[in-house]
Design a protein around this ligand. Sequence first.
Ligand SMILES: Cc1cc2nc3c(=O)[nH]c(=O)nc-3n(C[C@H](O)[C@H](O)[C@H](O)COP(=O)(O)O)c2cc1C
Length: 323
Amino acid sequence: MEGLADKVLRDVLTRIGGYDGAVTEFVRVSGNLLPQRTFLRLCPELANGSRTHAGTPLVVQLLGSDPACMADNAGQLAELAPAGIDLNFGCPAPTVNRHGGGAMLLDDPERMRRIVLAVRMAVPQAIPVSAKMRLGVCDTGKALECALALEDGGVSSLVVHARTRDDGYRPPAHWEWVARIRETVQVPVIANGEVWTAEDYLRCRAVSACDDVMIGRGAVADPFLARRIRALNAGDRITEQRNVDWLEFLPLLAEYWQQVQARVEGRHAPGRLKLWLNSLRRTFVEAEALYWAVRPLRDVRQTSRMLEQHAVPLWRGVLPHAA
Ligand SMILES: Cc1cc2nc3c(=O)[nH]c(=O)nc-3n(C[C@H](O)[C@H](O)[C@H](O)COP(=O)(O)O)c2cc1C
């Protein structure tokens, strides 16, 4: 997720566990051949066999609308041996859509097919090429046609975010549409949209008839969601103990903050922490208090101190900037 699920967040979430795989934020392809260092900057895990620290395979996502340019960049990326290459046909951002990229392509299934075809030809067969689509731009009229075009182009699997571009991120997600797409194509379909809890996951699987589900905002809001889903699938009894989770989570939040400071410019670092805490508020009352405490702070040192005050004694010695 662009601006959110960067290397640091991927690292912490996959350490907690439950994930079969992860996808990078989109890498924008617009006209130029990106140097390998750009891919390595956005996806440092490429230097680690395209796996996160915890060993979760990481697929790199490309976003662009020109088949030849996408193919050139995918070929360049392939040299770094990503676990897979995913193509974005779902981004609703106006800056992206204005240039015909992301979800705008859902109005032009033939172009989608040509993009996949060109990328597939530029990338060795050993590297899977997948796609992520929404149901359409304004309505679902072309949803099945788009899915068929992606399959025809050669995708090995398809993630369907069960909303149109115009739906934005508003509930509900139309999982029944994912089921229709699943019935229409032969390739594996992965359902996505509006899975915040293990119960949502079960309902999403039942309605979409998909074996696999991708979680987005739910993973950021509840770092234990994927692990709980995995336990559920293993037949374990699920008990939700938010206060226990929070205690387990605190050292990982400290680790996150430490890594953010190492990777992000000082003036932007507190903002990254606030962004995540803002999502975590949905799950943890403790995150709510912490969010409001750090919200006015702009300085790394003050932020560290505030974090420590809220989490003593677990963090003592973990936060380098705290006095
Ligand atoms: C801030 C933000 C950034 C996102 N960036 C991406 C992205 O780079 N690539 C992508 O395929 N989807 C992106 N998405 C969409 C999510 O991956 C997901 O499809 C969507 O949020 C629906 O799933 P959810 O309800 O589980 O969040 C983004 C969503 C948000 C909220």
